[in-house]
Ligand binder design. Structure first.
Ligand SMILES: [Zn+2]
Ligand SMILES: [Zn+2]
Length: 174
């Protein structure tokens, strides 16, 4: 694979969370990855009726401001994200798109903006970040429940997933 990933903190996100995502992208996808300067909280995407943040609005905004030197962006947030058909999402990305989102908000209870996330939350964050990043490289959902591209709606399902891809998905990522 070619290219480089920019890990973009949006709002109050622990530094360790972003550097862990960058390190994991580097080791699993074999791509350059660096943590970018943070953006402000995405107030523009707040939906007053749902009291949540619209993931599609954030993606559209990021897509309108390309970051020089990065092929793809993985944005890390700590707000409650939704897409209209779901009560919430852990992350969001368009297949082949330039930007992916992952939020710590639904990944566990022990998260404090000033403290590094615990190992379980970090593990979940890396899984969602890598799953969404793989969508950016055209990977779709996989039927193999021992593959990171298997769709997971809740934390139990997410925890059952491995941190890497099945041989088929791995081959598609080349
Ligand atoms: Zn997915
Ligand atoms: Zn797979």
């Amino acid at each position: 694979m070619n290219g480089s990933i920019g890990v973009l903190p949006i709002g109050k996100v622990p530094e360790t969370a972003c550097s862990a995502v960058a390190a994991h992208v580097r080791s699993v996808l074999g791509l350059e990855a660096a943590v970018l300067a943070p953006l402000a909280e995405p107030d523009y995407a707040f939906d007053r009726n749902r009291m949540q943040y619209n993931a599609a609005t954030i993606l559209r905004t990021l897509e309108a401001m390309p970051v020089p030197g990065c092929t793809k962006i993985v944005a890390v947030l700590n707000v409650d994200l939704f897409v209209p058909v779901f009560t919430h999402v852990f992350g969001e990305a368009r297949e082949g798109g330039p930007c992916a989102l992952v939020s710590l908000y639904r990944l566990g209870q022990d998260l404090h903006p000033e403290r590094p996330p615990g190992p379980q939350i970090l593990d979940r964050l890396l899984k969602v970040a890598l799953h969404e990043a793989a969508h950016l490289f055209d990977l779709v959902h996989c039927f193999d429940d021992q593959c990171l591209m298997h769709f997971s709606m809740d934390l139990e399902a997410l925890d059952r997933l491995p941190l890497s891809f099945c041989p088929t998905c791995k081959a598609l990522l080349k």
